[in-house]
Design a binder for this molecule. Structure first.
Ligand SMILES: O=c1[nH]c(=O)c2[nH]c(=O)[nH]c2[nH]1
Length: 298
């Protein structure tokens, strides 16, 4: 017997730039939106009957039309708006997943209409909606951070292949990829179940980001693993609306260069920044009473 397993479909990477023109002070939102729908799609796959299909082309058009009609505030609100629309307007669509990346721009030279892309950091969110519950995962990637001290690494296993020397002081650097889960949001609302509503997604994002940065800077690190836990725990402690944090931290190794051949010492001043291979440290930090994640991470 051959059967159809889980399936979904949508439009990936819909690039939308929305300009809001308030007099001379323009605002810019630069997004990459991916939609993904699932539901009563068995016949589409099994018999070629497309009557349940809301085309990926229409999904793309909806993103542009909603950008015009509703504007774009916090990406989380835009993602929820789209996810709810697809499920609530189409009987064949039972679940929607809307993922958004936001690229940040800042004003250029104080101008109202000139912008400069800021940082490398990208803000992310993934909204899920199934007609009754909405789930939100927010996050960021490419947040590059570096400590010039307060990082050691020693006491590790020494097997036949271990050559790494122990160090009591090294550079610790990483490009943070983090995502954090909010509790389920009720239909029609943007808040979290249990009264701790992230009604202001921008504020919630900013406090999670600040918590990650503060923990990275403030932790005396005995390993990147320990720093990872400190960063996740700080987000959970500082942001009551967040119940789970997942982190992926590439260890951006900085090796002291041997300058002895040139008759020079190197008292922790000149490093080679290696790009690969790199250690990849990943982990999840969560409240022990976190509600079930459902499809939030899918
Ligand atoms: O913080 C670290 N964790 C490791 O597991 C590891 N492994 C390694 O070679 N260097 C490091 N650094």
């Amino acid at each position: 017997m051959i059967v159809l397993g889980p399936n979904r479909y949508g439009k990936a990477e819909i690039r939308v730039v929305r300009v809001t023109r308030n007099g001379d002070a323009h605002r810019l939102k630069d997004l990459n939106v991916s939609t993904s729908l699932s539901g009563a799609m068995d016949d589409v796959h099994l018999t070629g009957d497309n009557s349940a299909v809301l085309t990926t082309d229409a999904q793309k058009n909806t993103v542009y039309a909603f950008a015009r009609k509703h504007g774009i505030g916090a990406i989380e609100d835009f993602a929820l708006l789209l996810a709810r629309h697809f499920v609530d307007s189409q009987p064949s669509v039972h679940r929607a997943r809307v993922a958004i990346e936001e690229y940040a721009w800042e004003r250029n030279a104080g101008s109202g209409h000139s912008f400069v892309r800021s940082g490398g950091e990208v803000r992310t969110c993934v909204a899920h909606y199934d007609g009754s519950a909405a789930r939100m995962v927010c996050g960021l990637r490419d947040l590059v951070v570096l400590n010039t001290t307060n990082s050691e690494f020693r006491g590790f296993v020494k097997d036949a292949y271990t050559t790494l020397p122990e160090t009591g002081d090294r550079i610790l650097a990483t490009a943070v990829e983090a995502s954090w889960r909010h509790a389920a949001t009720p239909p029609g609302g943007t808040g979290a179940e249990g009264g701790e509503a992230p009604t202001d997604w921008d504020k919630s994002y900013e406090s999670a980001r600040q918590a990650l940065l503060a923990a990275f800077a403030g932790t005396y690190s005995r390993s990147l693993q320990q720093t990872l836990y400190a960063m996740g725990a700080r987000v959970i402690a500082d942001c009551p609306e967040i119940c789970e944090v997942r982190l992926s931290l590439p260890n951006r190794h900085h090796f002291l260069v041997d300058l002895a051949p040139f008759g020079l010492d190197n008292p922790d001043e000149v490093y080679l920044a290696a790009d690969r291979p790199y250690g990849l440290i990943e982990g999840t930090v969560l409240r022990d009473d976190a509600p079930p994640a459902g499809p939030a991470w899918e």
